[in-house]
Design a protein around this ligand. Sequence first.
Ligand code: FEO
Length: 621
Amino acid sequence: MHNEVEISQGLYYVGGSDRRLALFENVYPLENGASYNSYLYLDEKTLLLDTVDRSVSEVFYGNLEFLLGKRKLDYLIVNHMEPDHAANIGELLLRYPDTTVVINPMAQQFLLNFFPDIKAKFLLVNEGDKLSIGKHEFTFVMAPMVHWPEVMMTYELTEAVLYSADAFGTFGALNGDIYASRRNFDLNEARRYYTNIVGKYGPQVLEVLKKALDIPIKMICPLHGPIHKGNLNPLLGAYGNWASYTPEDPEGIMIAYSSVYGDTALAADILAKKLVGRGLRDVVVYDVSKTDSSYLVSESFRVGTILLCATTYNAGVFVKMEDFLHDLANHKIMNRTIGFVENGSWAPAAKANMKRILSDLEGIDYIEESLTIASALKESQLANLDRIVESVVARLRPDEKKAEAEGGVVDMAAMFKLSYGLFTLITKDGEQDNASINNSFFQVSDKPNLVMLSVNVANMSADTIRKTGVFNISVLDETADFEIFKKFGFVSGRDKKKFEDYDRPIGRSENGLIYLRSGSNAFFSCKVVEVKEAGNHVLFIAEVTEAKTLSNVPSMTYAYYFANVKPKPLPSIKKPNASGEKKYGWRCKICGYTYENDPLPPDFVCPLCKHPATDFERVEL
Ligand code: FEO
């Protein structure tokens, strides 16, 4: 029987899913099995990308027989020689003896190790070589240590498809749908897969990501888990964080504890409540005896702060904690804040042993405050936990601490918690149409129907609205892509006529101004009734003279833009300087320009996109 899926004309998914497997690589617990992906092209020549694990051989050969019929299999591309993808090469070549194996020299050596007696025609390929099979053309990208040293990726140029081997894979069988969707893709499982299997090789993964960012990619086809297409920025961003050991949730805190009789567990729980009580809400608590180490390693890559609470055992640290920390150290994680609570009834030794196990890790900021419990936590020791909490707050909320120290009550970081929508602000001066990106437009009254717009005084739009008294607002929706933001937000109308080469659908409202018909779910035409100066901005209160709904696509928020639309610069691996001090700068949230000093002058204006200091965020350099 067969169970293939057509991806595009002449391209088929021919892999399968195994839901019986309990341990991936006989190590990592699986909650819902795994998929082993293989892809077949039927072009002038036929070509298969990788085979599958033995467990899904039957459906794999059923798919090949059904699709190939009487045709030969001309090529097999081998991207990775690990048996979960290569176990079937021997059998495949017995069934299809005319197949040419397309492989790099190191992978050929591995193949001959697994199949010493194999009879095969080989086509050896190296970085950048090309292979055409008719309408489709392939090139090869070496990806050593993602996950083994022989790994390569294959890029199909005609449809811009990256066959990424283990990269961008995830645990879990496929649920009917072969594409990543809310139901079919779990970022937590993708992270657990990546961090445990290739987490140690961040520098090598970053090298491959740099290559991937240089080529247009419409679809990523990994060897495990669903296919990714559409907006790939969130996935590439997540990989960038993991590979550079940048916390995915910098404010995330993991408390991992070991406890024999519950006393250390209670201390860990009290610590968690105190952290949440201080407003640090992204806290997770795990018992290392219960939770498999693969989940703890994955969480360690997600969070910025790891608090370890452990019992002393055999004059060392409790065995389950010891196992987890060895696992974490083997993954070479870096750039984390780590704190300790230890318990030892007569000779506490857990903290010293935990630090020893982690001693080779780079960029670790150890919290100076710690707590030693003798058997059970005492009332008098709650203050020690408070000091640990305050040390964490000081690191995660430096502005809050600074404001407290200076006797002030304005925590500037709170400003970044405000939510905003995103709009295209459109004006017209004489014959010149102009547009900019705006995040400060909202209704202030419904009787009469009044809205308010805030614009930086330096912007050309502010001058034009003062002069003409009218403007349009196109409400951007979640289909608006980064091109719209670049087009209207990154250059000034004083330097470029923004609609001169704009080839997407537009309309004109009754007032003669443009509104966007793509990437926008509504527009408003507005007539200014009052102007008020407000610092470096000018406020226009205006009546709505025309409004129209264009679609029901959700409106774009600032948060959605940063999470899903704005391409993230590929992070680098940050290593602390000799003094261990971290360096901070400020990055423009609009265009990505980085001011490499701290603090940012309050009147600073981005030299690239002219947005003010309020659009900058503090980042570690
Ligand atoms: Fe899925 Fe490295 O094999």
